[in-house]
Design a protein around this ligand. Sequence first.
Ligand SMILES: Nc1ncnc2c1ncn2[C@@H]1O[C@H](COP(=O)(O)OP(=O)(O)OP(=O)(O)O)[C@@H](O)[C@H]1O
Ligand SMILES: [Mg+2]
Length: 462
Amino acid sequence: MPGITVLCIDDEKYVVDSIRDYISDDYRCLAYDDPMVALEYLRSHRVEILIVDYRMPGLTGLDLLKEARKFEAYHTGLLLTAYADKDLLKDVLNNGLVDKALDKPLDLPRLKIELDYLAQRINRRREAEDKLKDIYRLLSAGGNDDFTFIGRDGDLSELWRQVEQVAPTEENVLITGETGTGKDVLARQIHALSSRADKPFIKINCGAIPATLIESELFGHEKGAFSGADRRKFGKIELAHRGTLFLDEIGELPLELQSRLLHVVEDKALERVGGTEKLPVDFRLISATNKPLEKLSKDEFRRDLFYRLSTVHLALPDLKQRRKDLPAHIRILTEKNCRLFGKSLMDICPRALDMLTGYSWPGNIRELDNVLKRVILMKADGQGTLLPEDFRRCLLEEKGSSPEAVDLAARQILSGQLSLQDLELALLTRLVDLCDGKIMEASRKTGIPKDRFYRLQDRNTP
Ligand SMILES: Nc1ncnc2c1ncn2[C@@H]1O[C@H](COP(=O)(O)OP(=O)(O)OP(=O)(O)O)[C@@H](O)[C@H]1O
Ligand SMILES: [Mg+2]
């Protein structure tokens, strides 16, 4: 069996030699006739299977197993015994020191069957662990997004100092900030800087899951807990064991689940829905919200939970309060999106850069990312530099029909920076965006004929 090492220890040399001869075609086999020497080897090496004789001078098989277990030197074991003492065996088996005991004189074919069985089990477990690692990797990665947190301007330098201090600790962190300010990115960054970095980062968005489902999403359920629960389900909290649990939009968590969550956070133990057993869980909690939790009434958000979640409170400022970081964001997002669309790297001309840094970015970095995506997608490859006119149709103040926005648009039209068609195009594009890209829905909600949206698509196609 590839990757499986068997270590045999018996003071009778011919026993270990005969085991080695019999199995060495299929296993890497190490044979020792001195238990002390074998133990010395096990102090610095790990093997998959130990075969140990019970009666040996100097050190019994049982003592050797106990010692080796302390430093996790083996995965599973077989005990050889000529003096079948039932109580002793029960003890060894119950303590999980070995999987099985085999009588001496040794039946080699029988031993080989047992070994093959154990090796298969080890391999299956390895496969399952690899699969789990893949799942963790998938769950931890935010799509293709690179999660390096960019920006050190103004308030962020103080915030960053706090992040560096708090990330390696076990403290619960609450991140607040408007939409698109980077709460998600920051949560992943804190995890990456923590001692749990190689363990799972599990996110659950409390606002995106119907209230009826969120309980079993978080806490898991037992088979038969409710109609439709045809098997056991592990909740996100359990999946975050030894890692980080990220509760996004925590302000949306229904009140009755808030108290359940509080208990889990305090006890570090949970009961699955429909379960009776308390399972220990070890997770670091990061929560995020764009709601001012401290201002919500106690019927909306429990005070005690708020204090628990916010041992450390990190408030992300809006993008317009950290304008000095804008050029870095623009450069990195331009590179990222050019790569995404398979286009060669584009520059931004200084006038366009001024335009972007002067804009108010109500949707923060997500809006910046979307604007750059749209512009880069539209720009023919090889045309090099992004110009003010490339951005003009995307950059309208978000407030739609507010006097400020109308005033701005009017001024831009007057000064020749914007045409009425551009304005229409930008408005219609935005309407479709607000309806999740669905033209039919935008048309139904606004009463604007769908043909106008389709014409817009034609105009947008290079
Ligand atoms: N500091 C940052 N550095 C790099 N990228 C960032 C940063 N902040 C935000 N982004 C990018 O902006 C987008 C939105 O960020 P994110 O999802 O973290 O925002 P959010 O605060 O969680 O928003 P929401 O409240 O809407 O969930 C992402 O594509 C992310 O890659
Ligand atoms: Mg988010």
